[in-house]
Design a protein around this ligand. Structure first.
Ligand SMILES: [Zn+2]
Length: 421
């Protein structure tokens, strides 16, 4: 019995795997420290490589100065909406990303996979998604780097689907526009996305994980910086004068709710207030937080709580000062997608055509789609078949990746058939 979800997926798999491995080897790790955009040159290298490949497939392509690759495949039916597909070029800076050597474990037997480097082990006892992939061809890194399935699985799935569609003009399809962009992992990709020029009615990112996933909700997100200024004098003559900002910072952290509102104690639809960095001297302390919730009103309440706690603590010391800065990051895309229900409905239909039951989930994070949706391009997120992102244990199933690529082929058909309905 085939381990693939369909004969189409099985037919797409060899080309898909070849592309995925080739893209994974290009070092496209983005950098939070870099002032350049794209933040690293490897991303441009992959952009150029993809531009060439898309041209060969038959797309009209341009590479923008921003590092975005935009391509367009003409329709085979008239009157259909222009549909977008997108994935990101970069990989996470949170695990080593240079020198990726993908390994393909054919016909996974369900046991522990020990990788050759770094003592890295994939243990199905601790990885429920891996237990679902017995018999699959599992791709891993060699153990000392991430794999980069996030998001090169998405890139390879889109390119493979476009190649299939281009080679089969008898299949109905709308005009398809594709965009591959840099610096998603440092939160700076979709802000430079040329939505006007892209000209699609809606888009789909392939940047999810588990087979069948369709995500139409993300966190709403802000960053908060608390700056506390103390009163600094020589400690030898400090009695009654010194106000230690570092100690105040410690008290602010201790005064936050102990059991709730933390990423380590919340799940599902619950939000959190999460300190990510503290830099403190007696004179000055800077506390950085990320604040998250699916509900914008609750997000504001979390920020207000943080502000209240900090104000109360700092007010206990004469001469201490507090500055609170709140920086918007992205908003839950749900409201934008609820306004155009056909966009997610078409994706559900495409997933079902591959014989998979769609799983509607929310992302406890953001995607390029959060920003794109807010900027007027409704963009839900689809699964890719990659797992354990941002770690040296990152892996992907060829069968699940092939299913994602087949879903893109169906998505084209579903939108093309919508004409006149
Ligand atoms: Zn991603």
């Amino acid at each position: 019995m085939s381990t693939f979800t369909s004969p189409l997926a099985e037919a797409l798999a060899p080309g898909l795997l070849e592309r995925f491995v080739r893209y994974a080897r290009v070092d496209t790790q983005s950098s939070r420290e870099s002032e350049q955009r794209p933040s690293t040159p490897g991303q441009l290298e992959l952009a150029q490589l993809l531009a060439e490949e898309l041209r060969t497939i038959g797309l009209e392509v341009r590479v923008a100065e921003t590092g975005f690759v935009y391509g367009s495949l003409p329709a085979t039916v008239s009157g259909a909406d222009v549909i977008g597909l997108s994935a990101h070029l970069d990989v996470s800076p949170d695990a080593p990303g240079a020198g990726v050597e993908p390994l393909v474990h054919r016909g996974y037997d369900g046991g522990v996979i020990a990788l050759p480097r770094g003592g890295t082990v994939l243990d199905p006892a601790r990885m429920p998604a891996l237990r679902e992939c017995v018999g699959h061809d599992v791709v891993t890194s060699s153990g000392d780097t991430l794999l980069g399935a996030d998001d090169k699985a998405g890139v390879a799935e889109i390119v493979t689907a476009l190649a299939h569609l281009s080679a089969h003009p008898e299949l109905p399809r709308p005009e398809l526009r594709v965009a591959f962009g840099p610096d998603e992992e440092i939160g700076d990709g979709a802000t430079r996305f040329d939505i006007e020029g892209f000209g699609a009615r809606c888009a789909y990112t392939l940047d999810g994980s588990t087979l069948g996933e369709l995500q139409d909700e993300t966190f709403s997100a802000v960053e908060v910086t608390l700056t506390i200024t103390g009163v600094d004098v020589h400690p030898g003559m400090a009695q009654g004068i010194l106000v230690n900002a570092a100690k105040l910072a410690g008290r602010v952290l201790a005064a936050l709710p102990a059991d709730g509102l933390s990423p380590e104690t919340t799940a599902g639809r619950e939000g959190f207030v999460h300190p990510t960095a503290v830099r403190a001297t007696a004179r000055r302390a800077e506390l950085e937080f990320i604040v998250r919730d699916f509900d914008d009103v609750k997000l504001d309440e979390h920020v207000a709580l943080l502000r209240r706690v900090a104000e109360r603590v700092v007010a206990t010391e004469d001469g201490a000062e507090l500055v609170v800065e709140v920086r918007e990051q992205y908003r839950n895309m749900r409201a934008h997608l609820d306004a155009v229900p056909e966009v997610t409905a078409m994706a559900e239909e495409a997933i079902r055509r591959e014989g998979i039951e769609p799983i509607r989930t929310q992302i406890r994070g953001g995607t390029d789609g959060s920003i794109m949706s807010a900027r007027g391009l409704p963009t839900p997120n689809l699964f890719t078949g990659g797992h354990e992102y941002h770690s040296v244990r990152e892996w992907a199933s060829v069968q699940e990746m092939a299913a994602a690529s087949a879903v893109v082929v169906h998505l084209a058909a579903v939108w093309a058939e919508r004409v006149g309905r």
